[in-house]
Design a protein around this ligand. Structure first.
Ligand code: HEM
Length: 120
């Protein structure tokens, strides 16, 4: 569950808000638009992580459980959730970071006592 929380925090507030790439060849987008070879591209992770068309109407809500059944949080495009980047330059520390959060989380969550408000 702590992993869902980290995924959701990184969705809403990605610590790397942009990914940088450079085209190695002309890239055609549809029939009319070409991105020329050598173009520097900033990929807007924040924009994609907040796109209602990709995530649904609850896009701005903090809902860690959206990652319960899907590593992409139910996003309709698997390349649109990129807190650690993607492809050949994906973050090499991704698994270490997730492991770190799990390691920190377990001892703490074991000490959490959930009490109904009525009992306080
Ligand atoms: C929450 C923690 C972290 C986040 C959100 C994060 C995010 C990212 C992102 C977005 C990239 C760019 C990936 C791309 O362009 O596709 C990246 C690259 C990288 N990260 Fe992380 N990172 C985290 C932790 C770490 C840690 C703990 C390490 C090292 C132990 C690390 C090492 C690297 C390295 C070396 C690269 C460059 C990879 C390359 O260009 O080949 N990161 N990270």
């Amino acid at each position: 569950m702590i992993t869902w929380v980290m995924n959701e925090v990184l969705r809403l507030y990605p610590s790397a808000p942009n990914l940088l790439r450079q085209t190695r060849e002309d890239i055609w987008v549809g029939d009319k638009t070409v991105i020329p070879h050598g173009t520097n591209i900033w990929i807007d992770a924040v924009g994609m992580h907040h796109d209602r068309a990709l995530w649904g109407v609850d896009v701005d809500e903090f809902r860690p459980e959206r990652f319960k059944d899907s590593p992409y949080g139910g996003c309709t495009h698997r390349m649109a959730y990129v807190p650690f980047g993607s492809g050949g330059r994906v973050c090499v520390g991704k698994n270490l970071s997730l492991l770190g959060v799990q390691g920190c989380g377990v001892p703490h969550t074991q000490k959490v006592l959930i009490v109904p408000l009525s009992k306080l």
